[in-house]
Design a protein around this ligand. Structure first.
Ligand SMILES: *Cc1c(COP(=O)(O)O)cnc(C)c1O
Length: 367
């Protein structure tokens, strides 16, 4: 089969490793000589149990997840976690939110349906181009948790330092930096990530939760399927789980292990981001939008300052096989997402096209 692949800079659903897609294609008609696709086998079979067990173990190995944390595979994606976190964790009905973009703002709004969700800091005055100084934030002593979004997909910012919250559990949305570099899990009470950014197919989130935070006395009338305890007690098999998503995530975990794990991912991701930021920093046409100290490794945002020129750039890039460079609809401009599966070569091709576009533009201006 001769297929032309493009360099896909989408923020999500996003690029997956080609090796993983090929393997899945090979196994499509018959998984492990079963004569059936993974989508066709019961989730109550040893064949599927092995898939989910290995996926969990490989994730534990990659992230060095301590034994007192559970790994949960939860259908529903990111927005459902905006609700599950407060429903399950707001014991006293209070939580502190650090607002660094649309996703933490929406999470805070959703939490206010269940209790008192306080926005204790916000980068909105700077149009979310910076992360507030975490050492300047004071938290409520009786907050049940402090919530933040570690990497801000839309604005291209990342927390390079975590707030000290003492005994208050720190909760983080890691959707767009999931497995992009090593992370100290023990610093958090709960981590969750929608897998469609850097891990697998859309429709599922992975939750990593410290055992003492899994409670039965959750918000009244919380549906069974929205209790973390339901997933923890059943090994994420209370009802039919998203089997194919778990299977592909498992393959991505193996791909990451084969490719040197998270320290190696960090090294490559830093090299990719540096290539693009270095070019942007000296460009006379393009301007990076995130504050230098808060830059994301995964989502690089930039503009020309002229919305029509931005549109022209995105269109011409697309013709060159560099696709999905349009910024989020709420901010405009451009965004290049450089997830694990984006090869260094892809970023090189992007930078080389940007140089060409810049030269052509400057020439046209001088005529
Ligand atoms: C995409 C994204 C979300 C929303 O995920 P859905 O699965 O579409 O609900 C939440 N948080 C972050 C950081 C994201 O990048």
């Amino acid at each position: 089969m001769n297929v032309k692949r493009v360099y896909n800079f989408s923020a999500g659903p996003a690029v997956l490793p080609e090796e993983v897609l090929k393997e899945a294609a090979e196994e499509m008609l018959s998984y492990e000589r079963s004569g059936m696709s993974v989508m066709e086998i019961s989730h109550r079979t040893p064949l599927f149990q092995e898939i989910i067990d290995e996926a969990e173990q490989d994730l534990r190995d990659l992230m060095h997840i301590p034994d007192n944390y559970k790994v949960l595979f939860v259908q529903g994606g990111g927005h459902m976690q905006f609700a599950m976190v407060p429903m399950n964790l707001m014991k006293n009905g209070k939580a502190d939110y650090i607002i660094t973009g649309l996703w933490s703002k929406k999470a805070c709004q959703e939490a206010s349906l269940y209790g008192d969700a306080a926005a204790v800091a916000s980068g909105e005055a700077d149009h979310f181009t910076t992360i507030p100084d975490v050492n300047q934030i004071s938290f409520h002593k009786d907050a049940d948790y402090v919530y933040l979004c570690l990497n801000n997909t839309i604005y291209g910012t990342l927390f390079h330092e975590l707030p000290e919250t003492g005994d208050i559990p720190l909760v983080a949305d890691i959707s767009s930096c999931f497995l992009s570099e090593p992370l100290d899990v023990s610093r958090f009470g709960l981590l969750w990530g929608g897998v469609q950014k850097n891990v697998g197919p859309a429709g599922m989130a992975i939750v990593i939760i410290r055992e003492d935070l899994i409670r039965d006395d959750v918000f009244p009338a919380t549906p069974t399927m929205l209790k973390y305890a339901t997933y923890a007690r059943s090994g994420s098999l209370y009802n039919t789980p998203p089997v194919y998503s778990i299977y592909i995530c498992g393959k991505v975990f193996k791909w990451l292990k084969h490719n040197g794990g998270l320290s190696e991912m960090k090294r490559i991701n830093e090299a990719k981001a540096k290539l693009l930021y270095d070019y942007l920093d000296q460009s006379t046409l393009f301007r990076p939008t995130a504050a230098v100290k808060d830059r994301s490794l995964m989502n690089v945002t930039f503009v020309t300052g002229d919305a029509n020129l931005d549109t022209q750039f995105v269109r011409e890039a697309e013709e060159k096989g560099l696709v999905n460079l349009k910024g989020h609809r709420s901010v405009g401009g451009m965004r290049a997402s450089l997830y694990n599966a984006m090869p260094y070569e892809g970023v090189k091709a992007l930078v080389s096209f940007m140089k060409e576009f810049e030269e052509n533009h400057l020439e046209a201006e001088s005529i």
